[in-house]
Design a protein around this ligand. Structure first.
Ligand code: ITT
Length: 180
């Protein structure tokens, strides 16, 4: 089955395509920057942003909104992950975390799918830790500082797609549409 993924982020698309392939879905990229509604809750942001897009895109599509939530920073950058990455970036996060022993963090992804009629959301989460320094050459965004079972996502290559927040959200999404 072919499904349209709307995102401006090529890395997100590549990962989604690779995950989709494992489940027999052919993910097609519609490269587009869309208006992201503001808010504190990823699920609500994804749902409302997809609903806004339905005025332009009439066929079924999905978007996906992700965020990094750091325990010791009370969930920051969370829904502001995109802005924070563009401004202070990984070095800024590492600086904020200097001297902190609680390194716990999670990545959350929410897929919002428009089936031609309604928008439904599917969530995926992965727990890990913020590393003490950037490590690894793969991945994108916060991958060099997000550690999962001893390796950063940037050190995991394709294995990231077996355990990531994106994988988990997409797995929930695929299993819900598989039977329909
Ligand atoms: P679209 O909204 O156009 O899809 P985006 O890059 O703005 O693209 P998000 O809002 O979902 O995507 O991403 C928020 C930030 O989190 C952004 O800076 C990404 O680089 C980062 N991010 C998302 N998924 C990630 C992942 O799997 N690994 C590392 N960083 C990630």
């Amino acid at each position: 089955m072919r499904i349209l993924f709307i995102t401006s982020n090529k890395d997100k698309f590549e990962e989604a395509r690779s995950i989709g392939k494992r489940f027999g879905f052919d993910i097609e990229w519609l490269k587009k920057e869309y208006e992201e509604v503001q808010g504190n809750d990823l699920e609500e942001i994804a749902k409302k942003s997809a609903e806004l897009l339905t005025s332009q895109i009439k066929e079924p599509f999905f978007i996906e909104d992700s965020g990094l939530f750091v325990d010791a920073l009370k969930g920051f950058p969370g829904p502001y992950s995109s802005y924070v990455f563009k401004t202070i970036g990984n070095d800024g996060i590492l600086k904020l975390m200097r001297g902190l022993d609680n390194r716990k963090a999670k990545f959350v992804a929410v897929v919002a799918y428009f089936d031609g009629k309604d928008v439904k959301t599917f969530k995926g989460e992965v727990s890990g830790e913020i590393s003490r320094e950037k490590r690894g050459k793969g991945g994108f965004g916060y991958d060099p500082i997000f550690e999962y079972e001893g390796r950063t996502f940037a050190e995991m290559g394709e294995e990231k797609n077996e355990v990531s927040h994106r994988r988990r959200a997409m797995e929930n999404f695929f299993s819900s549409i598989q039977g329909s």
